[in-house]
Ligand binder design. Structure first.
Ligand code: PEP
Ligand code: MN
Length: 340
C-alpha cells in the first residue's frame, strides 16, 4: 500500500504518518517527489489500517497496490472507461445509456406499451424480469420462458436490446438464447458458479452490487466473470442495506467515483431498487449522472399501482419521459449526452 500525501503536506505531517506506520509494526519508505511525498508501507495490513492511515493529517489518499482483482482493476494502459456494446446500446462512451422497463414481465400488452414508451423517450435498452428473485416464495415468481419470449418480441418490435436476470446455473443456456445481456441480481452477486457459467456464455453481463457487498466484493465478482475470458461487464450500483428505513436500500452514489477510480469497467446506477420510491427516482437519477455514471437502470410500468412487483418504485411512462428530458441538462453539464 502507498500513502499519498497532500501537495504541500508539511515535514511534520510526513513524520507523523511515518510514526503511525512504525507504531503498527510496519516499515515505512518515504519517496519525496517534486510536488508531493508518497510513503510506501510494507507489512501485513488490513482494511482497518488503511482507514486509519486515511484519517491522518496531511494524507491525500491511501492506495493499495496489491489489488486482489487484476482484470477488473484500472491499469495504467487503460485510459478512461472500457466500452461495452450490447447491439446499439453502448456503455462507457460519451453518451449515457438508459435501461428501462418493468420489474417483471407480466403481460404482452403491458410490456409492449412500456417498451414503446421507453424507446420513444430515448431509452437505449429494455429490461424486464422473467425469473424473479422474490423474498417470499408465495409471491409472483415471473413468467419464465414465456416472459423471455415476450421480451424478445418487444425487443424486435422496438429495436431495443434487452437485459434480463438469470438466477440459476441451470437456466443460463436458456436465458442466453433469448437475452442480449445477462443480469446477475444483487442476491446472486456472490453465487460463484453462476458467475462462471454466465461468463462462459460470452454474453455481456450486468452485474449488480450485492445488498451487503463492498466495492471490493463487487469487483471480485466481476473478476470471477472476467477470469472466464468474458470481459464484457457493466457494474451496477443498486443500493446497500443500512439501518435506514426511509428508503428500501441506501443508494451509495460514492460507489460511482470509487468504481471509476479502481476499475475500468462502465458503471450504471439503479435508483429504483436504490430507493424503493418512485418519487425519489428522478433526484437520484440526476445525482447519479452528475456523479459520473455511464448510465441508469430505471423501472417503468404502464400502471405502477397494479404492478405485481416493485410498483411503488416504478415510474409511469410519462414520468420516465419527463425524467429523460430532465436528465439532458445534467448530462450536458458533465460533458455527456443521452443515447441513442
Ligand atoms: C431487478 O433489477 O430486477 C432486481 C431484482 O434488482 P436487484 O437484484 O438489484 O434487487
Ligand atoms: Mn424490481
Amino acid at each position: 500500500m502507498v500513502i499519498v500525501m497532500q501537495a504541500g503536506a508539511t515535514e511534520a505531517q510526513v513524520e507523523g504518518v511515518i510514526g503511525t506506520i512504525k507504531g503498527f509494526g510496519f516499515q515505512a519508505h518515504p519517496i519525496h517527489g517534486v510536488n508531493l511525498t508518497v510513503i510506501a508501507v510494507v507489512g501485513d495490513k488490513t482494511q482497518e489500517h488503511l482507514e486509519a492511515f486515511q484519517l491522518l493529517e496531511g494524507v491525500d489518499h491511501v492506495a493499495r497496490i496489491d489489488k486482489p482483482y487484476k482484470l477488473a482493476a484500472r491499469r495504467p494502459e487503460i485510459v478512461g472507461t472500457t466500452v461495452i456494446e450490447v447491439g446499439p446500446a453502448i456503455f462507457g462512451g460519451s453518451r449515457l445509456t438508459v435501461i428501462a422497463g418493468p420489474c417483471a414481465v407480466e403481460s404482452e400488452e403491458g410490456l409492449r406499451e412500456v417498451a414503446r414508451g421507453v424507446a420513444a423517450a430515448g431509452g437505449a435498452m429494455l429490461r424486464g424480469g422473467a425469473y424473479k428473485p422474490r423474498t417470499s416464495p408465495y409471491t409472483f415468481q415471473g413468467m419464465r420462458e414465456a416472459g423471455l419470449a415476450l421480451l424478445k418480441m418487444a425487443s424486435q418490435r422496438t429495436g431495443l436490446p434487452f437485459v434480463t436476470e438469470v438466477m440459476d446455473t441451470r437456466m443460463v443456456d436458456l436465458v442466453a438464447r433469448y437475452a442480449d445481456m445477462l443480469q446477475i441480481g444483487a442476491r446472486n452477486m456472490q453465487n460463484f458458479p453462476l458467475l462462471s457459467e454466465v461468463g462462459q456464455t460470452g454474453k455481456p453481463v450486468l452485474l449488480k452490487r450485492g445488498l451487503s457487498s463492498t466495492i471490493e466484493d463487487l469487483l471480485m465478482a466481476a473478476e470471477y466473470i472476467m477470469s472466464t475470458g468474458n470481459e464484457k461487464i457493466v457494474l451496477c450500483e443498486r443500493g446497500i442495506r443500512t439501518f435506514e428505513t426511509a428508503t428500501r436500500n441506501t443508494l451509495d452514489l460514492s460507489a460511482v467515483p470509487a468504481l471509476k477510480r479502481f476499475s475500468h469497467l462502465p458503471v450504471v446506477v439503479d435508483p429504483s431498487h436504490g430507493t424503493g420510491h418512485s418519487w425519489m427516482v428522478p433526484a437520484m437519477a440526476k445525482a447519479a449522472v452528475a456523479a459520473g455514471a455511464d448510465g441508469l437502470m430505471v423501472e417503468v410500468h404502464q400502471a405502477p399501482e397494479r404492478a405485481v412487483s416493485d410498483g411503488p418504485q416504478s415510474l409511469t411512462i410519462a414520468e420516465f419521459q419527463a425524467l429523460m428530458e430532465a436528465l439532458q441538462p445534467i448530462a450536458k453539464a458533465v460533458g455527456r449526452s443521452i443515447c441513442p
